[in-house]
Design a binder for this molecule. Structure first.
Ligand SMILES: O=C(O)CCC(=O)C(=O)O
Ligand SMILES: [Fe+2]
Length: 336
């Protein structure tokens, strides 16, 4: 094993944890541990080290290269992995743990002070909750690491996936179950409200969507969706690395597609970020969906699922063929 290949050693992310699991049952001799397979397994290049959570224990192994040292080092890593898992459990149970750092923020703010989330959307998000330890790296040492460590705890993401290439910044997620009952109330409340309006759903809020109601018109609904708004905003700020968001008084608003108003043509929104939450069950209408031109994908959300995308992403509301489709839409801007 060359000196340089010993220098950096990886311990991070999902792919790694399965390797660690495999190692739990690993009962090798110390010679095996230092075998060439292991050397490759642990080594990775400087570029990959940049911004990754990893442990530098190359120095241990360099100290005379004696097997006992190496083995102890592995034990340390193993214990760290256990600690990581127990933190993950705590977070899922709703504990706050201020040691947990958002990887994208740490990664980018430490490496590129001028990082612009809209320009560089291509970073990877773990499918489940991304968790890391704050570990300073030799090659990219954050100057104000103390400041960065005190951050908001991460919001657990439900069923997160990218629509199209991650660089498009289009996210498909689901609301946690605790919010779902509210959504049915929103549809009912809007219908009741529209029945009392002269023009029904045609409030002329937005020219394209035609049938929409701003929830501030229905104060009890506005209050009801407040926690959902907070949740979605927190997800947005986390995903795009933004400080906070501001919305105008038409947010959130509810759209209704029915009868001759079946969809909206290709367009982009005037917002920085758009959130689009499905209020209908998918068997309540046929056809429909949100079509993203650059991903060439029509996303047919299930009840309680939502899309987050840049306002600049070109998209359309695909025509429904029958039934009624309700959405709650939020146009938001980044607050600097
Ligand atoms: O109907 C949809 O899925 C998209 C709605 C939309 O694009 C909008 O309200 O701006
Ligand atoms: Fe839109």
């Amino acid at each position: 094993m060359s000196r340089s290949s010993r220098r950096y050693h990886r311990l991070r992310g999902e792919s790694y944890s399965s390797e660690i699991n495999a190692r739990r049952n690993y009962t090798s001799t110390q010679q095996e541990y230092f075998g060439s397979e292991t050397a490759n397994y642990f080594s990775f290049d400087r570029e990959e080290a940049r911004g990754s959570t990893h442990y530098q224990f190359g120095s241990y192994m360099n100290q005379g290269g004696n097997g006992v040292r190496g083995f102890q080092t592995f034990q340390t890593v193993y214990r760290e992995e256990e600690r990581r898992e127990s933190i993950e459990e705590k977070r899922i149970n709703g504990y706050e743990d201020r040691d947990i750092v958002s990887p994208p923020r740490l990664r980018y703010s430490s490496c590129h002070n001028t990082w612009n989330p809209r320009r560089e959307m291509g970073y990877e998000f773990n499918k489940s909750v991304p968790l890391t330890f704050p570990v300073q790296t030799r090659c990219c040492e954050p100057k104000n690491v103390e400041k960065q460590l005190v951050q908001k705890p991460l919001i657990p993401l439900c069923n997160h996936r990218h629509v199209g290439h991650p660089s498009l910044g289009i996210h498909h997620l689901r609301l946690p179950n605790r919010y779902l009952a509210i959504l049915e109330q929103v549809v009912k409340g809007c219908e009741q409200h529209a029945n009392n309006l002269k023009d029904g759903w045609s409030t002329n809020l937005y020219s394209l969507t035609k049938q929409d109601i701003a929830l501030y018109e229905i104060p009890h609904l506005y209050e009801m969706v407040r926690p959902i708004m907070s949740y979605m905003k927190a997800v947005v700020t986390q995903l795009y690395g933004m400080k906070s968001l501001k919305v105008d008084r038409n947010q959130p608003h509810v759209l209704k597609y029915s009868g001759s108003h079946r969809g909206v043509e290709l367009h982009h929104d005037k917002s920085d970020i758009t959130m689009n939450l499905m209020l209908s069950h998918s068997n309540a209408y046929s056809g429909g969906g949100t079509y993203f031109r650059d991903a060439n994908e029509n996303v047919r959300l299930e009840f309680g699922e939502f899309l987050i995308h840049l306002g600049s992403a070109v998209h359309a509301g695909t025509n429904i063929d029958g039934g009624t489709r309700y959405l709650m839409v939020v146009f938001a801007d980044e607050k600097h």
